[in-house]
Design a protein around this ligand. Structure first.
Ligand code: NAP
Ligand code: G3H
Length: 484
């Protein structure tokens, strides 16, 4: 196979610069969550083929590490340009493969191009330091440590279904700028979009073996790659369940985990309710709530809850629901299992006394945006990550209780605080056990050069352009000892 895919839309796996079919003949058919249509076939690689990819990765390491930073950056700039040229074409595939509305699909491709450019710039700004021995008691000016960052080796990038292009690039770009070789294991649903990203990087001039792919089901091939002795770093984004598993089996291989979330919006009594409501509706329901950073619960007091609920209801009723090609906001979920889980959460809450304000309607895997009021802590929706368009409201007596409930979650990705009082906002922010607090805005990842991290069950390590480069490099110290 000389190209990414053949005329029957059978996609290859990138091995040392060539798009290869698996010798086993095993393929996985990818169909659309929108209408079940055929998107393509991807290779289910064997363990022997994983070994081969890892071997090429090792072989490519020293030559790639030796490529000047300026040249590495040039390739990323070129890849960004190619992605922009192909944005519409790739967005069409993305839209059907993961049921993301067209506008968001185009935006994901363009955001990725911006990310690659920014990463190239950040890589060019990397500088070493010289540390003098005299600063430490008993030290001497004759000892100087020259410290610069060096690659870790082969980085295994594992990306989730919901941002197959952006969350693959957010690992690949910084890893490459840090001088590593990369093997991408994309989510099976989303793999075809991710392979188009890889093709753009290949076409931009990446040398053979520097970036390769391993497609196939995580449940079948995942453990084998993750525990391979020649993987030097694992950069994973996905569910907490799989993240925990990888953390257990990876032994001494360092890893970075971006996992699930249960982001809360704390709405204070002095907040601009109209603004908070429309901002929260966007944060909770875009891409049907299938974002790690989606607003997944509102915590507020009785005094303003009724008014807030009315505003949220109005906003939700205006949301366009349906086929992503029609540029709606709420689209079908990634599969039936995800919709079954959403339905379970809604029914459980209603059975335990939650008040259904709007929603609770399902057509196949299309779940309508649902607002549940008076949710209590005994309900599953109070704690579980729905990854679907469900927004629960938990009423509390005051903000101390709001903070206590926000922190009681096993997750710790982000929290929003809506208030006009910046002092109150800061005091609350200090108490929240999360990676990021958003004051007067919905929870969200970007801009992509900000530090992005989860604590507790939401992850380990920090992403964001320069933070990602740092995570995938290590300091190397060379100490010069001057003689008199
Ligand atoms: P997932 O089921 O955990 O899958 C994530 C990736 O892991 C996929 O590529 C999957 O491959 C692979 N995988 C599964 N089992 C594996 C194993 N044993 N070894 C190695 N790889 C394995 O997650 P998802 O459903 O794609 O994504 C949704 C979840 O990701 C949500 O919980 C969401 O909150 C989280 N997420 C977090 C962030 C963040 O930045 N914190 C960002 C986006 C998403 P297959 O597809 O082949 O199973
Ligand atoms: O799903 C997790 C993504 O990192 C969220 O990114 O907040 O820009 O949608 P986003």
């Amino acid at each position: 196979m000389s190209e990414l895919c053949n005329e029957k839309l059978v996609y290859g796996n990138l091995v040392n610069g060539r798009w290869m079919e698996s010798a086993s003949g095993n393929v996985i058919t990818v169909t659309s969550p929108v209408d079940g249509s055929f998107i393509g076939e991807i290779q289910a690689v064997s363990k022997e083929e994983v070994d081969e990819v890892i071997r090429y990765s090792k072989e490519g390491l020293s030559s790639w590490a030796g490529v000047p930073i300026f040249e590495k950056a040039r390739i990323l700039y070129k890849a960004a340009e190619i992605l922009e040229e192909r944005a519409e074409e790739i967005a069409d595939i993305l839209m059907m493969e993961i049921a993301k509305d067209r506008k968001s699909s185009v935006s994901e491709v363009k955001r990725t191009a911006d990310f690659l450019r920014f990463t190239a710039d950040a890589g060019k700004s990397l500088e070493g330091i010289a540390v003098s021995g005299e600063n430490f008691p008993g030290g001497s000016r004759n000892k100087i440590s020259y410290v610069r960052r060096v690659p870790l080796g082969t980085v295994l990038a594992i990306s989730p279904f919901n941002y197959p292009i952006n969350l693959s690039a957010s690992k690949i770009g910084p890893a490459l700028m840090g001088g590593n070789t990369v093997i991408l294991k994309p989510a099976t649903q989303g793999a075809i979009s991710a392979l188009h990203l890889v093709k753009a990087l290949q076409d931009a001039g990446l040398p053979e073996g520097v970036l390769q792919t391993v497609t196939g089901k995580g449940s079948e091939i995942g453990d084998y790659i993750v525990t391979h002795e020649n993987i030097n770093f694992i950069n994973f984004t996905g569910s907490t369940e799989v993240g925990r598993h990888l953390s257990k089996i990876s032994c001494m291989t360092p890893l970075l985990l971006e996992l699930g979330g249960k982001d809360a919006a704390l709405v204070l009594e002095d907040a601009d309710l109209k603004y908070a409501a429309s901002n929260i509706v966007e944060g909770a329901f875009s891409y049907s709530g299938q974002r790690c950073t989606a607003v997944k619960r509102i915590i507020t007091t009785d005094k303003i809850a009724d008014q807030l609920v009315d505003m949220l209801k109005t906003g939700i009723e205006k949301l366009a629901v349906g086929d992503p090609r029609d540029n709606v906001v709420v689209t079908p979920l990634i599969d039936q299992k995800a919709a079954d889980f959403a339905e379970f959460l809604i029914q459980d809450a209603i059975a335990k006394g939650a008040e259904l304000i709007v929603g609770n309607k399902r057509e196949g895997n299309l779940v309508y945006p649902t607002l549940l009021d008076k949710v209590t802590v005994d309900m599953e929706i109070a704690w579980k990550e729905p990854f679907s368009p469900i927004l629960p409201i938990i009423r509390v007596k005051d903000m101390d209780e709001a903070v206590e409930i926000a922190n009681r979650s096993e997750y710790g990705l982000q929290t929003s605080v809506f208030t006009k009082d910046i002092n109150k906002a800061f005091r609350i922010a200090e108490k929240l056990e999360v990676g990021t607090v958003q004051i007067n805005n919905k929870t969200e990842r970007g801009p992509d050069h900000f530090p992005f991290l989860g604590v507790k069950a939401s992850g380990m390590g920090t992403q964001g352009v320069k933070y990602s480069i740092e995570a995938m490099t290590r300091p190397k110290a060379i100490t010069i000892n001057l003689t008199e």
